[in-house]
Design a protein around this ligand. Sequence first.
Ligand code: FNR
Length: 371
Amino acid sequence: PLLSEILNFHDFEAIARVVMPEKAWAYYSSAADDEITNRENHAAFHRIWFRPRILRDVTVVDWSTTILGHKSSMPLYITATALGKLGHPDGELNLTRAAAKHGVIQMIPTLASCSFDEIVDAAAPGQVQFFQLYVNKDREITKRIVEHAEKRGIKGLFITVDAPQLGRREKDMRQKFEAEDPSEVKQAGQGGVDRSQGAARAISSFIDPGLNWSDMQFFKSITKMPLILKGVQCWEDALEAYDMGLAGVVLSNHGGRQLDFARSGIEVLVEVVVNLKEKRGLSFPNEQFQLFIDGGVRRATDVIKAVALGATAVGVGRPFLYAFSSYGQEGVEKALRILHDEFEMNMRLLGARNIKEIVPDMVDASNIHLH
Ligand code: FNR
């Protein structure tokens, strides 16, 4: 179909399913074990309903915000997803260029197909980028990567903490990851590549399962970038991150690709907000300690629900992969335009003229269990 016929994120997925090479589809779409968490991620949003306000002048609505102090045209960023070239020859650059046009922030993955420098070089002047870090068993390699990222102007370091071992993505494991594959990762000194069990396992053997809380001092000592943990799953760990002076957490289950039966980010958000308020007197959204979620976000209404409940912004992964796999950079631009249109309409219908007016009372989250 023509790009102009695409109306929503679900359309991108349906088209990608048909046009993408089997291997790429398997890597992008797969999730752990029985993929229950992956399905739950989107379904969890269905348990939250709106309480809109009427008779406010909504002629002008503005959904722009700031993330870690940086301007963003919406409360949303492009999260880190590895191996962009599996889906399209330009790989991650599709995301960089589309992000520039639409004023959104891209998180660059450690395991990008394009080199880190290529992705930074492709950014427009002043364009903000974050970096997702997988921590190497060899901390000298990690130190070099982090220092280089900071030197190149990266504005936030998102340390992935939910992947001491890669989950079993069985759809992907049935595929072979070939040595000559053009998507081959260009950086991050990994060794001992096992190519017999899919892309994910082939590229991840360098990740350190020994990573622990005491390593946070190490990161603080090697960088001034804000440190955010990506993959927090309960209020206890969010509290620990706050007490350690980190800049925030991403409540995420890695798109359902790690621990199956992990809860969705939006569900975890509710308990984090309640407990950090109760135990540390924090209110959200909060400039000093920012909450993010990702997983299953497919509509602006999903984003609005997260913002109402206290998130600064949400990450979106697969929809942008499907968009560029089918239509390249233009696909990603269209996806971002769709979101802008959805924001405008839904904020008007909700009676919120700006992000600050999206308040907790605008949602009914009583179907979310509080732990
Ligand atoms: C990911 N994700 C991920 N996360 C991370 O920290 N490092 C990585 O290298 C990757 N790679 C990756 C590849 C692919 C193909 C997917 C789909 C996801 C997880 C990602 O950052 C995010 O948590 C989820 O993708 C969010 O869920 P949705 O938006 O894909 O539903």
